[in-house]
Design a protein around this ligand. Structure first.
Ligand code: IMP
Ligand code: MG
Length: 179
């Protein structure tokens, strides 16, 4: 058990299982982008996906650019619904194939705001890849092309995911146990 701020968390998914899931999703992406002529742009949504993105991109076997953006919506363990706009995008997406890397898709509010903004930028294609997906919580129609792992509605931390900024550096995934 570990304590982050006021909450207790217990181990849920060991690093070895995460590694398997990352490799499995990477091979799907490799299959889909094999032989692509222009290198796709991997758009990493910070902060939560920094570890996932660094492991995933090293499994990709095609040439790609990696770019980082930010947009935060969460305070504590509940989605607030309010999403800020994309910050930090410094390359043009026009005519490019884009693969967005997310840490976790919960209600999908963040994803829908991101999707709306990306539609304005004239990318040739946009696909979404997430490490974690909460299907019972998801309320959008946007297709998520690559899902490494689906989980229930529980709140998790570790491997980049935080609870009020703590827990990101944990190697394993932990789940909240006293909420
Ligand atoms: P959504 O907009 O409800 O889909 O929430 C997406 C964002 O909420 C993610 O990018 C995370 O930053 C955060 N989030 C959702 N669920 C969790 C969780 O279980 N642990 C940590 N962060 C989460
Ligand atoms: Mg996030």
């Amino acid at each position: 058990m570990i304590k982050l701020h006021d909450l207790q968390f217990k181990p849920m998914i060991p690093a070895s299982k995460i590694e398997e899931a990352v490799k499995a999703v990477a091979s799907k992406i490799n299959r889909d982008y094999a032989g692509c002529t222009t290198p796709p742009i991997i758009l990493v949504v910070l902060n939560g996906s920094f570890i996932f993105a660094s492991d995933l991109t090293r499994e990709l076997d095609f040439a790609c650019e990696v770019s980082f953006i930010k947009l935060s919506s969460y305070s504590g363990t509940q989605s607030t619904g309010g999403v800020k706009s994309i910050i930090g995008l410094n390359s043009s997406l026009e005519g490019r194939d884009v693969i967005v890397i997310e840490d976790i898709v919960d209600t999908g509010v963040t994803l829908s705001h991101l999707d709306a903004q990306l539609k304005e930028l004239s990318a040739a294609s946009v696909r979404y890849c997430t490490l974690f997906f909460k299907p019972e919580s998801y309320k959008q129609n946007i297709e998520i092309d690559y899902i490494a792992m689906s989980i229930g509605n529980e709140f998790i931390v570790g491997y980049g995911l935080d609870y009020n900024q703590l827990g990101r550096s944990l190697k394993d995934i932990y789940v909240v146990c006293n909420e």
